[in-house]
Write a protein that binds this ligand. Structure first.
Ligand SMILES: Cc1cc2nc3c(=O)[nH]c(=O)nc-3n(C[C@H](O)[C@H](O)[C@H](O)COP(=O)(O)OP(=O)(O)OC[C@H]3O[C@@H](n4cnc5c(N)ncnc54)[C@H](O)[C@@H]3O)c2cc1C
Length: 564
């Protein structure tokens, strides 16, 4: 039975940064991932990472932009930590080998990003996530003596002891189908987000909310789940992301009349207002009949206004995406985009060291909600969040384990998960396929729990999700084998996604106001008196989601009217 001081589930940026920090602090570490680590969704991050490193910038300005971007729902103590530690983290990345873009003077180059008052996004062309992830992976290899990598292992559930402390997890070796208990003094969840609850989404197929659901199932609160980010520029056909870096480099958004409509919504920041504002503006144009494309459901992103040389140098990935997936040469013609699901601001509630209320259970990265993003995340603040809070969790968990005996879970826990998997594999081929349930979930969320919401639509979505929960308990799969059985994992993932979707809808119904990414047509105003608070969801005794509230931490920025 593997036993480690720190078990990290997830090997994207948060997981790898946590592993590195814990190993450097002297802990024995296991890092587990259901795909090869460099295929984690972090690899897709394009635009960059924020840090106030310019001479004329200051971390307090970054913090204020983040607070404003969050529509004042972000916790300011956590935001202060993230923004003040950002320059040091960016420099650390440089020193360990991330080849950030430099300008002609040889200084680190910074690009403009949405909601930011200064240029503060460091980048490696439009493959920033890939560049950082590969460097961290190389660094982890230096710690082979103390870091065990479990690649293509799938964690199925968390283990709590009788005192309610987290002492490890159960996981399945995807290659062989073997299942094992991992004992650990502390567990750090770094499983990423749950974008796959939506269809389309910019997120990879693996972003299925496993960590959020598994934490929720053992009693951890999940917070701000109603806050789901729609990115303003995703390909109309398939939801692929066109990085905000394009607008950062100067691209325009145009409606069917060829008008730069952002003038009417955010005259100061135009295309570089925060994402919730731009996505809502686009959706309004579409809803009012000024959309483009055969069904009027698109908007044009015109990158031809950016010099071609600069596009080929700084945005080369989206040149390829435009050509291969939309048949468009973005250096010569506008490309059709629309708002699409991209990121979840909510997740497992943690403090600034990644601790959840369950002793021994930590979370960092997109799976977690610290909360630094509140109602709306600024572009290029997520990579930063994964690294800062990944590192802090790794350090804290390593320290926690120093004077502690290794816990040992009863083998009965293994039997429970084995039986559950066998039950899925043994289901008769009748009723619905798992993949059909996933599809219906995605289209439902995209219809009713999107940029604009109202009580009637949200209630309908909840009814559908509850029906899908019942159907998924019986849904069948086709593969009955042990080796690389992705089908059975998909059945487990659908269960996790349905938990996340339910919490999202319940929270969206609860929040009777419009703030950040939550726009309620039936409650169109922000209401600080009643709703300047976080919504937490925990699983009640009866298995139903139960709602509580927690305060928003305000240190130096009082809520004000938000204009761009
Ligand atoms: C297309 C795209 C572009 C983006 N661009 C940017 C950008 O430019 N700047 C920015 O700041 N943010 C960007 N983001 C957001 C940012 O990339 C993500 O929020 C961030 O990378 C998440 O990192 P993570 O470490 O939390 O999770 P991920 O990178 O998603 O990693 C999750 C890990 O958990 C593992 N895992 C999950 N479930 C299990 C399980 N049950 N068992 C075992 N392992 C499991 C996975 O295998 C994976 O290793 C972008 C996101 C997308 C989708």
């Amino acid at each position: 039975m593997p036993a480690h001081d720190v078990l990290i589930i997830g090997a994207g940026l948060a997981g790898q940064r946590a592993a590195l920090a814990a190993a450097e602090a002297g802990a024995s570490v296991a890092i587990m991932s259901k795909v090869h680590p460099v295929r984690s969704h972090s690899v897709a991050a394009a635009g960059g990472i924020n840090a106030a490193i310019a001479i004329d910038d200051d971390w307090t300005e970054h913090a204020y932009d983040t607070v404003k971007g969050s529509d004042f729902l972000g916790d300011q103590d956590a935001i202060e930590i993230m923004c003040s530690e950002a320059p040091g983290e960016a420099m650390h990345l440089e020193h360990i080998g991330v080849t950030f873009h430099r300008n002609e003077k040889g200084e680190l180059d910074l690009r403009a990003f949405g909601g930011a008052s200064k240029k503060r996004t460091a980048y490696v062309a439009d493959i920033t996530g890939q560049a950082i992830l590969h460097v961290l992976y190389e660094q982890l290899m230096r710690h082979e003596a103390t870091v065990d990598r479990y690649e293509e292992w799938f964690s199925t559930s968390l283990i709590l002891d009788d005192a309610g402390h987290c002492t490890g997890a159960v996981a399945r070796d995807i290659r062989s189908g073997a299942i094992e208990i991992f004992n650990a003094k502390s567990v750090i969840l770094c499983n990423g987000g749950n974008g796959q609850c939506y269809k389309p989404t910019t997120n990879a197929l693996i972003c299925t909310g496993d960590g959020i659901s598994q934490a929720y199932r053992v009693g951890a609160p999940i917070m701000d789940m109603e806050m789901v980010q729609y990115h303003p520029t995703t390909l109309a056909e398939n939801g692929f992301l066109i990085t905000e870096g394009a607008r950062g480099e100067g691209a325009h958004l145009l409606n069917a009349d060829g008008e730069r409509f952002m003038e009417n919504y955010a005259p100061n920041k135009m295309e570089l207002a925060s994402r919730d504002v731009v996505s809502r503006a686009e959706q309004t144009e579409i809803n009012e009949g000024r959309g483009v494309g055969p069904d009027g459901q698109g908007i044009y992103l015109d990158i031809t206004v950016v010099p071609r040389k600069r596009v080929l140098e700084a945005l080369r990935e989206i040149v390829n995406i435009g050509r291969d997936f939309a048949g468009t040469d973005i250096t010569r013609e506008p490309i059709m985009i629309r708002p699409g699901q991209h990121y979840i601001m909510g997740g497992v509630k943690t403090d600034v060291d990644g601790r959840t209320p369950i002793p021994g259970l930590y979370a960092a990265g997109e799976v977690a909600c610290v909360s630094v993003h509140g109602g709306n995340r600024l572009g290029a603040n997520s990579l930063l969040d994964t690294l800062i809070f990944g590192r802090r969790s790794g350090e804290h968990a390593a320290a926690r384990g120093t004077d502690m005996a290794m816990p040992k879970a009863p083998v009965s826990r293994l039997r429970e998960d084995t039986t559950a998997i066998e039950e899925i594999m043994g289901r008769p081929r009748e009723g619905r396929r798992v993949s059909e349930i996933k599809d219906e979930l995605g289209t439902t969320m995209n219809e009713y729990v999107a940029v604009y919401r109202d009580e009637a639509g949200l209630t309908k979505a909840l009814e559908i999700v509850r029906r899908l929960q019942e159907e998924s308990a019986k849904a069948y799969i086709d593969d009955g084998g042990r080796v690389f059985n992705q089908d059975v994992l998909a059945a487990l993932e659908v269960g996790y996604m349905l938990d996340c979707a339910e919490a999202t809808i319940v929270s969206a119904i609860e929040r009777k106001e419009s703030r950040g990414a939550q726009f309620r047509l039936d409650y169109p105003e922000r209401d600080d008196e009643e709703w300047l608070k976080h919504i937490n969801v925990t699983r009640g005794e009866d298995g139903e989601p139960a709602i509580t509230y927690s305060d928003v931490t305000i240190t130096q920025w009082q809520p004000e009217v938000r204009k761009y």
